[in-house]
Write a new protein. Sequence first.
Length: 313
Amino acid sequence: MKPNFPIARSINNFITKRVWSWLFVMALSITLLFQACGAETVDQSSNTNSNSSEAATETLAQEHEGDKPTATPIAVAEPTVPVTGHTVTYATIEGQPVTGYLAQPTEPISDTLPAILTIHEWWGLNENIEAMTRRLAGEGYTVLALDLYNDEVATDPQAARDLMRSVMDNPGPAQDNIAQAASFLETEYSAPALGSIGWCFGGNWSLRTGLLLSSDLDAMAIYYGQLILAPEALDALDMPIIGFFGEDDSSIPVADVQNFESILEDIGKTADINLYPGVGHAFANPSGQNYNVGAAEDAWQKTVDFFDTHLKA
């Protein structure tokens, strides 16, 4: 277990502004290097990142062709214990307030619960993500669903593609969003530990959250998010990692998942990478067309156990 999250922040209060400023610059530099939404590597000799990002976005769009985020009974399944959810303002980006969705157990066992950041799919912060946020809260957490789309939600692949590209082409506000969300959970809820989880677009940004927050993040979960494969970037990760991918996901080749796992192992990171045969992208999204109940339930239980181990110890 890392040092207590809020205590560590308190010790550094006198340099908070300088530290965050430095982190933003460093994280932005890393993100610009790995701009592509697909499996990302550093190529110092060419300027292919923009083309790679566009190609990866198109591949993801093909995975979602004909898909739509239609709510189903499974998508809005009740958490294991009653929870309370509501909209909160957790950040200010470029002078504009940012709202998200926060959920907690209605009768928490403690005044200070460990916290989790949830990062939405390429559809945006929709009903499905709010339901997943409540399910996580029911496991004993304060859970904040971020909004990286400025209060916009897509209902078709074209709109989702446009929203995703708007973030990937200008990642600075998203980084600021995440940093302020972490600070909000510390300041307003005294979170003793912090985790992140994201799906699809959000899976990639959960990975980027690990790079941005580094030692302040205690656990990170990635669901079929596009990968960064540069060892020099991944070496900055300082938390246990769990990942879930489908063998039939054309937007994230099996070779990239295996390389990601190998790189993390080679550089001494704690990682549990799960690759499910016969399932594709978004297999854990019960509001989409690719839902696979077996893989989704297995991944969910492993996610719950993972956060219990690393956030509640």
